[in-house]
Design a protein around this ligand. Structure first.
Ligand code: CTP
Length: 400
């Protein structure tokens, strides 16, 4: 089988060095990569590096190998174009259709999905000119990954970092898998909770659960690849931040509720994939609870936590907001699931069949997605991202 053809565009920012790692991931996973750097980017990483790592020729100009018409051929033949890093200048040129070098020509001739991974200083990212250019590119069907927050060049920190190359690779992989289908969640804000809450007893102990957060992260990654703006509210997962998602950290059920309700205020979809503790200790000991010789431990009194899913569903922050819940059932899966869907008042409920094959921590999942409209979509045992894509298919269908 022919290898999928990827064009890796590199524009002139210091994060160009991170694109070497992205290139390595792409080639090692069986993609034929053609690197198209801008002239300015060669100040950061030279053509010899790109050529050696990709095994393909490298040029920045339309005037080299003119008989091969590279300014048209490279874009036409690509299955995916990814620009990482994309500078403010490159985004502006792409949004306005300028074509003064090989990369911008390639962007105009490509008919395949295009992913931009911007990286720049916070001021440049937040400038209305850049934001309008990004909005234009997204409206036209490109996936523009939100930059990460963190250390920038020099002493500055803020939004504008190139996300981890491994995570950009994940976005590319998913966009390639989807093929030429338009990003159907473009312009939508989705809020996803993931992980498991921990309810503290004292400064060193908590009541927790074994949720890994992997299903919620798969939902976040697939939503980014489908063009959504993603807020991921995570509880105790320890997983790397997915590229393009705004990650909010929460520890307890009460903190998770606060973060979800805040993000839900302008959300089109809320997906509660987190395992929220139903109970928390009634009292928190500010000092470590000590054992006492000859004495039985004092019983722990629990109180109910708020049901976030039921609250979000009952009190929708926006008309038409879609609310999705998760449930784990061992017996009478469908009947129990239906009853839970009704009780929680959500639009979709993903019912995991737990039993012999454990779901916690594994890479795979098996489920039935129930709809408030009576729909029933079985998802066979398989990767968590396949289940995530089924959820987004059902959500996108409800947007009409
Ligand atoms: N949920 C929530 N707030 C809680 C508890 C759960 O928002 N305090 C959400 C979870 O994120 C999940 C769904 O509700 O989407 C799970 O519902 P739950 O009633 O806890 O069901 P199960 O986990 O299946 O457990 P059980 O029926 O045994 O209570």
């Amino acid at each position: 089988m022919e290898k999928p053809k990827v064009v890796l565009g590199v524009s002139g920012g210091i994060a160009a060095y991170k694109a070497c790692e992205l290139l390595r991931r792409l080639t090692e996973s069986g993609h034929d990569v053609r690197v198209v750097p801008t002239d300015a980017s060669l100040n950061f990483v030279g053509a010899a590096t790109w050529s050696a790592l990709s095994g393909n020729p490298v040029s920045t100009e339309v005037w080299e190998s003119v008989h091969e018409v590279p300014h048209v051929r490279i874009g036409q033949g690509a299955d995916l174009v990814v620009v990482a890093p994309a500078t403010a200048d490159l985004l502006a040129k792409a949004a306005h259709g300028l074509a003064d070098d090989l990369l911008t020509n390639t962007l105009l001739t490509a008919r395949c999905p295009v992913v931009f991974a911007p990286a720049m200083h916070t001021e440049m990212w937040e400038h209305p000119a850049t934001q309008e250019n990004v909005a234009t590119l997204r409206r036209r069907g490109a996936v523009v990954i939100e930059p990460a927050v963190g250390r920038l060049t020099g002493v500055d920190t803020g939004k504008g970092r190139l996300p981890d190359p491994g995570e950009i690779f994940e976005v590319c992989r998913r966009v390639l898998t989807r093929g030429p289908a338009a990003p159907d969640l473009a312009g939508r804000h989705v809020v996803i909770s993931a992980g498991g809450t921990r309810e503290p007893l004292d400064p060193v102990r908590y009541l927790g659960n074994r949720s890994s957060g992997k299903q919620g992260y798969a939902l976040a990654r697939t939503a980014v690849a489908r063009g959504a703006r993603v807020t991921l509210v995570e509880a105790n997962t320890g997983l790397p931040d997915p590229a393009g998602a705004d990650v909010v950290r929460a520890g307890t059920a009460v903190q998770l509720r606060e973060a979800v309700l805040k993000a839900a205020a302008d959300a089109d979809v809320v997906v509660m994939a987190a395992a929220v503790a139903d109970f928390r200790p009634a009292a928190y000991a500010t000092g470590k609870i000590k054992k006492k010789d000859g004495q039985e431990p004092a019983p722990i009194t629990l109180v109910r936590n708020p049901d976030i899913l039921a609250e979000v569903a009952a009190d929708r922050a926006r008309e038409g907001q879609i609310v999705v819940g998760f449930a784990a059932e061992t017996d009478d899966v469908l009947a129990n699931g239906r009853e839970k869907l009704r009780r929680k008042g959500c639009d979709l409920l993903v019912v995991n069949e737990v039993g012999e094959r454990r779901t916690f921590g594994s890479e795979e999942n098996e489920a039935v997605v129930l709809g408030a409209d009576g729909g029933e979509t079985p998802v066979p045992y398989g990767p968590k991202e396949a289940l995530a894509d089924t959820v987004w298919d059902l959500v996108a269908a409800r947007f009409g």
